[in-house]
Ligand binder design. Structure first.
Ligand SMILES: [Zn+2]
Ligand SMILES: [Zn+2]
Length: 125
């Protein structure tokens, strides 16, 4: 049987462990703070923290800081090469932008590793 979460993890060179699976499942329902992930997954603090770092390094999860709020962890939906993200500050919806959206002019034609655009989605603006 195919397990999409397992495939996603292995595709990024990560082993599919129970904590990683639990965290991804929690984030599939929407962006969450560290505390909310703990509550939902019932994992311990250190395990959650370590696995969130591994997932971020692999590009499966990204972190959003909004002023006056705790950092939110958001699941990256796309398997595209490095790309930027857009995040709605009102409804906390995150979308993956196509890699072509942010392109540096040559000779700076390198990959965008991390870029987050904050704004309002069509429903909220
Ligand atoms: Zn993404
Ligand atoms: Zn919105």
């Amino acid at each position: 049987m195919k397990d999409p979460i397992k495939e996603k993890l292995q595709h990024q060179g990560l082993r599919c462990t129970t904590p990683r699976k639990c965290i991804i499942q929690a984030l599939q329902k929407g962006p969450k703070t560290h505390a909310e992930i703990l509550k939902e997954t019932r994992l311990d603090r250190v395990t959650t923290y370590r696995n969130l770092i591994a997932l971020q390094k692999a590009g499966l999860v990204y972190r959003v800081y909004l002023p006056g709020r705790n950092a939110l962890y958001v699941l990256c939906q796309a398997e595209k090469p490095s790309h930027a993200h857009f995040f709605c500050q009102r409804c906390s919806k995150g979308i993956c932008l196509s890699p072509e959206i942010i392109q540096l002019a040559s000779p700076w034609d390198t990959r965008v590793e991390k870029m987050l655009l904050l704004g309002y989605c069509p429903q909220c603006s």
